[in-house]
Design a protein around this ligand. Sequence first.
Ligand code: ATP
Length: 233
Amino acid sequence: MLSVHGLETCYGSAQALFGVDLEVADGEVMALLGRNGAGKSTLLKSIIGLVHPAAGSIVFAGEEIAGDPTHRISRHGIGYVPEERRIFTGLSVAENLAVGRRPPGGSGAGWTAERIYELFPPLSAMRRRRGGAMSGGEQQMLAIARTLMGNPRMILLDEPSQGLAPRVVTALANALEGLKRQGMTVLLSEQNVRFAERLADRATVLETGQVRWVGTMAAFAADIEAQHDLLHV
Ligand code: ATP
């Protein structure tokens, strides 16, 4: 569904990605692992068009999207949940979902608020609560939920478990497992290997802007040496 080849991205004169290749198949959850500053966020931002790659190609569902503006890439069907969890803090949960709604591109019925509440039970219990009055974990769920209401064919999640309490991380992983069972294609940037392990089929590991390891998530989770070398865990 997504094929990235030879991607190079720079911030001014500082190069952040060096010839990155990445494949995500339809219905696959791909973990993007790497230490702070390895280039995970930059790769996601390059895919969604927030930073423009200097070279390389990004093919999504058969179309070249590298260098396209973000609004066009998102209309192609890529949803993006940034690290900073963009939600409308002055609007309620239900209102945030309504604002995120976009009709499905294909023939399916698409996401509804009711389907979202089934996937994220904690949100169901707080439909009228303002976004600003929610915990970090609840806001993360709402940010993902709002993106799903746009009916993407694939979602990019930037470190969703970051800064969340263990109990909340478990609730989030449960919801994302449910999403995976529904066949969603996901590129999941994470520093938390245990969280990624629960969800991902495969892993791509970045180090200083280059791909250092690609394989099954199970193989990476079992390879303590690779984890130590590449992530220092
Ligand atoms: P983190 O977990 O800290 O977000 P990351 O793996 O997502 O790490 P990036 O944020 O993509 O890494 O950073 C990759 C490199 O690009 C780093 O060297 C970083 O300092 C640099 N970088 C990121 N954003 C900018 C920017 N806006 N301007 C200049 N350099 C940047």
